[in-house]
Design a protein around this ligand. Structure first.
Ligand code: C2O
Ligand code: CU
Length: 487
């Protein structure tokens, strides 16, 4: 079993040493930040070192944007043009995908399919106007297993013109790493056995680039907490002991504010959740944040550590929780085109002994582009490349009603590029709270119904965001329009 290197020693030290001070300073800041408007960014992926285990641990050799893990937090304004120049300092091709942003196909960052790959030493200018405010992220779409698994990922926040009223706007970029005894990234990306199961789940979880200590909070404050899971494969199920977080957005898109079922927040790779939390604990108290997704492997991710200060206010802030709506086109279910996507493959999928035998023979082997998974019987492998034929063509402007069936024995966070879709039904039951997503998590044997308007022309990737599954065949392309969208 993997062991978590959560160091409770340094946590306690942090708590004793600096929390109270840090909290006071933070709370005194004016409410969250519409930082400097920044519509021009430069981003350089390259080799770097990161203190994943904190100041005292060994540093880890990583690949990072601008030398930092996670990459710089990019803040854009809704409806304002942005320009991001990416200069490749890696020794291999790369691209950047702006995960969840509804943008022109040519800016989507899929090598071969939407742009030529950025060569070492080369650059590419991404220019787009984000239509939706919310919590998004960016990552490479080339050699994804290694580039994402070695640290290339960052948050992209699109600010609302009129944000909800909170005392602080917090961002937790969560990442999962497989580190060896020396604290270095373990080799063995693309292991075929893992690719047929839950993917490369690691042994060290970081929050904003380091194994987390406690998070200082103050009684009575209201925080907006943006969660981003940038892991290659780790699914998380978070519980906030002693608190009642309210979900206000999923994958950046506002929903009806609601408390999650059983207080448990499922966050698969690539998914985001925006929460609003009233800090109702006692001054000086400590409350764990636990991830208990994998059976028998629950661990404390971090904790809220309350400063001793008197509560900021006596009762929770009396201000609305609902985020302003984004300009999403509403699908018309009655006139919608219907399509069905069936996910198959992997271990224990009822394919008989063949897979098992092959797994035995291949164990320890690499995927090398051979398919283990399929969508509607076809498998695209790798990261996207020139000439990928679309699985189907959708009429531009039409509403689409998609039934997605997971016939495998594994979980899959399925991501569609270029669109946000409404999650209508899960296993025949209506999904409440008006939830939209760009990445929907399917449990084994789940069937979901999704709807969106195919208003954005181009060839769009649809794939599992467990990166081993994607590269081993759980990927396809949907074409919207006549395919003559190229700009
Ligand atoms: Cu974040 Cu093609 O993915
Ligand atoms: Cu998957």
């Amino acid at each position: 079993m993997s062991v978590f290197s959560n160091c409770s020693v340094s946590r306690r030290e942090v708590l004793r040493a600096g929390t109270a001070l840090a909290v006071t300073r933070l709370v005194l800041k004016p409410s969250p930040g519409l930082a400097t408007p920044a519509s021009a960014y430069k981003l350089s992926p390259g080799r770097s070192r990161a203190a994943l285990k904190g100041e005292k641990g060994p540093t880890t050799e990583v690949w990072a944007y601008d030398g930092s893990v996670p990459g710089p937090e990019i803040r854009l304004r809704q409806g304002e043009p942005a320009r991001i120049v990416v200069v490749n300092h890696l020794e291999e091709d790369t691209t950047v995908h702006w995960h969840g942003i509804r943008l022109p196909n040519a800016m989507d960052g899929v090598p071969g399919l939407t742009q030529p790959p950025i060569k070492p030493g080369g650059s590419f200018v991404y220019a787009f106007t984000p239509p939706d405010a919310g919590t998004f992220w960016y990552h490479p779409h080339a050699d994804s297993l290694q580039q994402l698994g070695r640290g290339l990922a960052g948050a992209l926040i699109v600010e609302e013109a009129e944000p909800v009223q909170v005392d602080r706007d917090l961002l937790w970029v969560l990442a999962d790493w497989r580190l060896d005894a020396d604290g270095q990234i373990a080799p063995g990306f693309g292991n075929r056995m893992e690719a047929a199961m839950s993917g490369r789940v690691g042994n060290t979880v970081t929050l904003n680039g380091t194994v987390p200590g406690d998070q200082g909070v103050r009684a009575g404050e209201r925080v907006r907490l943006r969660l981003v899971n940038t892991s290659l494969a780790r699914i998380m199920a978070l519980r906030f002991d002693g608190h009642r977080p309210v979900v206000v957005a999923t994958d950046g898109q506002p929903c009806d504010p609601h408390e999650p079922d059983g207080g448990r927040l499922l966050l698969g790779p690539a998914m985001r959740i925006d929460l609003i939390i009233d800090m109702e604990g006692e001054p000086g108290s400590r409350h764990a944040v636990v991830d208990d997704f994998y059976d028998g492997l629950a661990y404390e991710l971090t904790a809220f550590a309350y400063a001793a200060d008197a509560p900021l206010r006596k009762s929770p802030l009396d201000a609305p929780l609902r985020l302003p709506a984004n300009p999403l086109p509403q699908p018309d279910l009655r006139s919608a085109e219907r399509l069905e996507l069936v996910l198959q493959g992997g271990m224990m999928s009822g394919m008989g002994g063949g897979m098992m035998q092959e797994m035995g023979a291949m164990s320890g082997g690499m995927t090398h582009g051979r398919a283990i998974w399929s969508i509607n019987g076809t498998s695209m492998t790798g990261d996207g490349h020139a000439g990928m034929p679309p699985l189907m063509t959708l009429a531009q402007g039409r509403s689409q009603l998609v039934t997605m069936r997971n016939e495998t024995a594994w979980w899959h966070p399925m991501h569609l590029h270029g669109f946000s879709f409404r999650v209508i039904e899960r296993n025949g039951a209506a999904v409440p709270h008006n939830q939209w997503a760009d990445t929907v998590l399917l449990a084994p044997r789940d069937t979901v119904e999704l709807a969106f308007v195919a208003d954005n022309p181009g060839d769009w990737m649809l794939h599992c965001h467990i990166t081993d599954h994607q590269t081993a065949g759980l990927m396809t392309v949907l074409r919207v329009g006549d395919g003559k969208h190229k700009t």
